[in-house]
Design a protein around this ligand. Structure first.
Ligand code: XMP
Length: 490
C-alpha cells in the first residue's frame, strides 16, 4: 500500500487545521509542521507535496521563519493567502499595495491543473495584494480589476493563491484535491479503518510478546479510545489506572469504572482526593491550580507505577491538537513524563483529530454515550470553583452541576449541546454562593456560542439549585460567546 503524504507548513493562526481536515477528508494523509522546521526534517518525511498556510497574528513581532529551500525540495508547493505573498517575495516577485480586502471578488481561472474543473465564481477575499509573479511564474487567476488572484510556475510546480482554499471557499475542496491528488499524485489511502488495522500491528510490535503497558485514563473520549485500541492489541497486558483527584463531577469515578468494566477493560481507581485537596489549599489562581494539579498528578502516577514493575510501556492519550498546540493548556495525564523506566511510550492517537478519534471509537464498537461525552478539563472542578478550592465548595458545586445536567438530560437536550456545566463563584458577605451556568453549542478550540436554553428550564434549574444546595442563594446564566470569553471561567 502506498504511504503518500502531504505536509502542511503552518505559518500561524488556525487555518492549517481546517486545511488538514479537508485533505484527510479526501483520503490523503497529511501532517502539520511549523514553518520553521529544518528542511532536512521535511525531506526525511518524504512528502509528495507541501501546502503552506496561515498567517502571523497582527500583534506578532516579525514574520514566521520560512526557508527559501522549502521551494527547492523538488516536490509541488501550494501557498495560500499570506504564504503566497511570502513565497512570491522570497522567489523574487514583487508585492505592491493591497488591492482588495474583506470583500467579495469574482475570480476567473486560466486553464491549469490546479484549477481544473472550476468555473468563474465569486469568492470572499480577506486580502489580495497587487503582485507581479516571481520569475518563471505566470498569472493563473484574475479578478475584474486585474489583480493576480493566483499565480505559479507550472513547470516547477510552485503555486500561490491569494484566496483561501481551506475555509469557506466554494471550490476549496476541488482545489485541494487537484493539488494533492492531481499535481502531487497522492493515492488516497487514509481512512479510520486502515489506520486502526495498522496501528494495532504497530502496537503489538512495539510492546512485543512479553511486554505490558500502563495507562492513566480519565474517562474522556480520547483516553478511552486510546485504551480500547491498546487493549484490542495486547489484551489484559494493559493496566488502566484512574486517579480520583476529588475534582470530578458527581458519580464520575463510579461511572468510569462501570464504563470500562462494560468494555471488559479492568480499571483500578486510585484515591488521591486528600492529596490534591491539601496541595490546593489557599491556592486561588487558575494558572497555579493547573500547575499544582499537574505536579501532584505526576507524583501520584509515578508512585502508583512503582506497583507495576513489570510494565515496560507507557500509554499516553495524546491527540493531534495537543501536538500542534491548539489548546491553551496541556491536558492532565497527557504530560506524564516518560521517565527512564519505560522502554516504550505508546501514543496511538497522536496524529488524530478529535472527530477521527471518535470515528476510531465507533469502529471499535465503543458505545455512543461514551464517544459523545462532552469535554471535561483535566483540572476538573478546580477551575470551575472560583478562588480557593475547599471540600465544602466542591460539594456545593458538584451538586449544582449534577442538577443542571439532570435537567438538561430530562429536557432531551444533551445531544444538541457542546459543553454545559456549573461554576461556583466566591461567596459574598452573606457566606452564600452564586452559581453560574454555562452552556455552549458545538465548541471547538477557537470558538463557541452560548446556547439559548429554554427559559423555563433555566428557572427549573434555579429553583432546584437554590432549594437543594443550601449554601447557594443565586443562579445566573452566562450568555457570553467565545471569543471574547473562554469556555471555562478560569
Ligand atoms: P477554554 O476555556 O480555553 O476551553 O475556552 C477550551 C476547551 O478546553 C477545555 N479546557 C481544558 N482542558 N485542561 C484540559 O484538559 C485544561 O486546563 C483546560 N482548560 C480548558 C475546556 O473545557 C474546553 O473544552
Amino acid at each position: 500500500m502506498s504511504k503518500d503524504m502531504i505536509l502542511i507548513l503552518d505559518l500561524g493562526g488556525s487555518q492549517c487545521m481546517s486545511a488538514a481536515r479537508k485533505v484527510r477528508g479526501e483520503g490523503v494523509y497529511c501532517e502539520i509542521l511549523p514553518s520553521h522546521v529544518p528542511v532536512e526534517a521535511l525531506r526525511s518525511k518524504k512528502p509528495r507535496g507541501l501546502i503552506l498556510v496561515g498567517a502571523p497574528r497582527e500583534d506578532a513581532s516579525g514574520e514566521p521563519a520560512l526557508s527559501r529551500e522549502v521551494f527547492h525540495l523538488g516536490v509541488p508547493v501550494l501557498c495560500v493567502g499570506y504564504a503566497a505573498r511570502r513565497m512570491n517575495a522570497i522567489l523574487g516577485g514583487e508585492c505592491r499595495d493591497t488591492a482588495l480586502s474583506l470583500q467579495t471578488a469574482e475570480v476567473t481561472f486560466e486553464p491549469c491543473a490546479l484549477f481544473e474543473g472550476l468555473t468563474r465564481c465569486e469568492r470572499y477575499v480577506s486580502r489580495m495584494d497587487n503582485i507581479r509573479p516571481f520569475p518563471g511564474g505566470r498569472v493563473l487567476a484574475t479578478t475584474p480589476e486585474g489583480v493576480a488572484a493566483a499565480f505559479g510556475d507550472e513547470e516547477r510546480q510552485i503555486y500561490g493563491m491569494q484566496f483561501s482554499a481551506e475555509q469557506n471557499d466554494p471550490d476549496g475542496l476541488t482545489i485541494l484535491s487537484n493539488f494533492c491528488r492531481g499535481i502531487c499524485g497522492c493515492e488516497p489511502w487514509w481512512n479510520a479503518q486502515t489506520y486502526l488495522d495498522e496501528e494495532l500491528i504497530r502496537i503489538q510490535q512495539a510492546v512485543g510478546e512479553e511486554g505490558s503497558a500502563l495507562m492513566a485514563i480519565s474517562g474522556g473520549v480520547d483516553s478511552t479510545v486510546c485504551a480500547a485500541l491498546i487493549h484490542r492489541a495486547i489484551g489484559d497486558r494493559l493496566h488502566c489506572l484512574f486517579v480520583d483527584t476529588g475534582l470530578m463531577r458527581k458519580g464520575e469515578p463510579e461511572r468510569v469504572q462501570a464504563m470500562f468494566e462494560a468494555m471488559r477493560m479492568p480499571v483500578e481507581i486510585v484515591d488521591a482526593r486528600s492529596r490534591f485537596l491539601s496541595a490546593l489549599s489557599s491556592v486561588t489562581e487558575g494558572r497555579d491550580k493547573r500547575r499544582i494539579i499537574d505536579e501532584v498528578f505526576v507524583e501520584v502516577f509515578e508512585q502508583e507505577a512503582a506497583r507495576f514493575p513489570q510494565a515496560d510501556c507507557l500509554v499516553q492519550g495524546t491527540i493531534y491538537p495537543d501536538v500542534i498546540g491548539s489548546f491553551g493548556a496541556p491536558r492532565i495525564g497527557v504530560g506524564v513524563p516518560a521517565h527512564g523506566r519505560f522502554r516504550v511510550v505508546l501514543e496511538p492517537t497522536r496524529t488524530l483529530f478529535k472527530d477521527e478519534v471518535r470515528l476510531m471509537g465507533e469502529l471499535m464498537g465503543i458505545p455512543g454515550e461514551i464517544i459523545d461525552r462532552q469535554p471535561f478539563p483535566g483540572p476538573g472542578l478546580a477551575v470551575r470553583c472560583m478562588g480557593e478550592v475547599t471540600e465544602e465548595k466542591l460539594a456545593a458545586l458538584r451538586l449544582a452541576d449534577a442538577i443542571f445536567r439532570e435537567e438538561i438530560a430530562s429536557a432531551g437536550l444533551e445531544k444538541r449541546l457542546g459543553q454545559y456545566f456549573a461554576v461556583l463563584m466566591n461567596a459574598g458577605v452573606q457566606k452564600e454562593y452564586t452559581v453560574a451556568l454555562r452552556c455552549v453549542s458545538a465548541a471547538d478550540a477557537v470558538s463557541a456560542s452560548a446556547y439559548r436554553l429554554p427559559y423555563d428550564l433555566l428557572e427549573r434549574v434555579m429553583a432546584r439549585i437554590t432549594s437543594e444546595v443550601p449554601s447557594v442563594s443565586r443562579v445566573v446564566y452566562d450568555i457570553t460567546s467565545k471569543p471574547p470569553a473562554s469556555i471555562e471561567w478560569e
